[in-house]
Design a protein around this ligand. Structure first.
Ligand code: GLU
Length: 511
């Protein structure tokens, strides 16, 4: 089987979850057929027919996003291919030619109505509470030679498609089955070519899918309403339509279409928060498709091996931010420390982790952060700290805050933070004094296990709870009750610095 499918975004906004899901499914579908004597090609086509809303920054965002995600197309504006150009604004002449072809076939006509007249019709209908909407087909009755003469004499005009009256358009959707659409419910005679000679989305989309030999159109369900019109156009040209598969909607937890109200939707935001591309792709691949019972982690290759249109679900997919976080955590834990450190480094530099001074929120806001690169020694500590935080990290961007105490002196927290349950201040001071003696041997111990044995033995000897002994020590070392593992922290801070922190804490507690 030969599959040619495409992602056909309009560069009028940032790439978001819905678009990436469409792109990914097309990518996987093509890949799933790109083996043996089958063939699968995934194509990128820029649908920039809306000249006022299309912007270069969005084209750049598209390239950056897919680069970051590691998804490549087989044919596209930057890759080239047999069926280019792959940017619609560079194909204007083609659309003109094909619009003319429809006129020649009696399937389209010139319309000379001004925008004002069309608006007037709309208002009159509204006032009369008419159920009719759209264009009133006035110019459909102009004699074609007369219309051609007027168009030829440069009278401003558009070209409209003749929607066959009182018929029903039928087509098959892979997921939704047979679909019937009364032509009365199709926008009456939509414009194909605007008066400036630019095409509308519909004709450009149909002509390109045909000329680029697209076999399958997998697109968001919101385009379903345009499909009858497209099918009518394919028939008007005498072309075979591609197979359609309208993908299930992506909803927020409240059942409404996923939008900014639910949280991040643009891929840029996820990227900044420190999501990993593989985690994001893995999760998005499951939005509206099920693969193997019980298996949740898939590489792109594994997804491509398993993908088929039969695995798509009809029901809308619900976007679960918590689940995506879970995926990210899983992927972080699968990474080795070198890789994780490399990915966390830009966040750490940006947070000023290596500036050697602790930044307050205000300083941060005022841009006092220098964003220094780590020294060799700092990087060594940074790299080693990865194993301390990896188990609990959800986003890369969280890393600097978790390990800042390894690089900057933490503020000494208020007294109550040090005091374990059922203890008082003097007992806490006593515990911390025991801790002080332990810090050096623990920091210098050969392993975490040795360090743990030391403190355990001491707790037993003194008849205190291990937890009670550790808590004030943890607060003194890390500045917080909740922190990465204590033994590893002591090892990275080293004995002198650790001892110093405990002394500082004791001084403060002793008032
Ligand atoms: N340009 C349309 C979009 O922005 C493409 C729809 C389609 O795939 O046919 O989504």
């Amino acid at each position: 089987m030969i599959i040619r499918d495409r992602y056909a975004p309009s560069p009028t906004g940032l790439q978001h979850i819905g678009g990436i899901r469409t792109a990914l499914f097309n990518y996987l579908f093509a890949r799933s057929h790109a083996r043996g004597n089958e063939s699968g090609r995934f194509i990128l086509r820029l649908e920039d027919t809306d000249r006022t809303r299309s912007e270069d920054i969005y084209v750049q965002n598209l390239y950056d996003t897919f680069n970051w995600l590691g998804i490549r197309w087989d044919e596209g504006p930057d890759t080239g291919g047999e069926y280019g150009p792959y940017i619609q604004s560079q194909r204007s002449d083609l659309y003109k030619k094909y619009a003319q072809e429809l006129i020649g076939k009696g399937q389209a006509y010139y319309c000379f109505c001004s925008a004002e007249r069309i608006e007037e019709v709309r208002k009159q209908r509204e006032a009369a509470h008419s159920s009719e909407s759209g264009y009133d087909r006035l110019c459909r009755s102009i004699d074609p030679p007369e219309a051609a003469r007027r168009a030829g004499s440069s009278e401003p005009c558009t070209i409209r498609l003749k929607i066959p009256l009182s018929e029903t358009t039928r087509f098959h959707d892979h997921l939704l089955g047979d679909i019937e659409w009364k032509n009365d419910d199709v926008n009456p005679d939509p414009v194909l070519l605007k008066s400036d000679g630019f095409p509308t989305y519909h004709i450009a989309n149909v002509v390109d899918d045909h000329l680029m030999k697209i076999t399958h159109v997998l697109r968001a369900q919101e385009w379903l309403a345009s499909t009858p019109l497209h099918v009518i156009m394919y028939r008007a040209f005498g072309w075979e339509p591609p197979e359609f598969c309208h993908l299930p909607m992506v909803m927020g937890q409240d059942g409404k279409k996923l939008s900014k109200r639910h949280g991040a939707t643009s891929i840029d935001e996820f990227r900044k928060q420190g999501y990993l591309p593989a985690a994001l792709l893995n999760y998005i691949a499951l939005l509206g498709a099920s693969y193997e019972e019980g298996k949740e982690i898939y590489t792109l290759e594994e997804l491509a091996q398993r993908f088929s249109l039969e695995k798509l679900n009809k029901a809308p997919a619900v976007f679960d931010y918590k689940k995506l976080e879970w995926y990210n955590g899983q992927y972080i834990r699968m990474m080795n420390d070198d890789e994780l450190a490399r990915l966390c480094l830009p966040y750490a530099v940006e947070a000023g982790l290596f500036d050697e001074e602790t930044h307050t929120e205000t300083q941060r806001r005022e841009g006092k952060i220098e964003g220094r690169q780590p020294s060799e020694k700092q990087y060594e500590v940074f790299l080693s700290s990865m194993s301390l935080i990896k188990e609990r990290l959800v986003f890369l961007s969280e890393a600097p805050a978790r390990i800042t105490y390894l690089f900057n002196e933490p503020k000494i927290p208020p007294e109550e933070e040090f005091i374990p349950k059922k203890c008082d201040l003097s007992k806490t001071i006593e515990l911390l004094q025991i801790g002080l003696e332990l810090v050096r041997p623990m920091a210098e111990a050969a392993s975490d296990e040795d360090a743990e044995n030391l403190i355990k033995a001491e707790a037993e000897k003194r008849g205190v709870k291990l937890g009670d002994l550790m808590m004030p020590l943890r607060v003194a070392i890390t500045g917080s009750r909740v922190s990465p593992p204590l033994f590893g922290s002591l090892r990275l801070l080293r004995a002198d610095r650790s001892v110093e922190r405990v002394r500082r804490a004791l001084n403060s507690l002793n008032g």
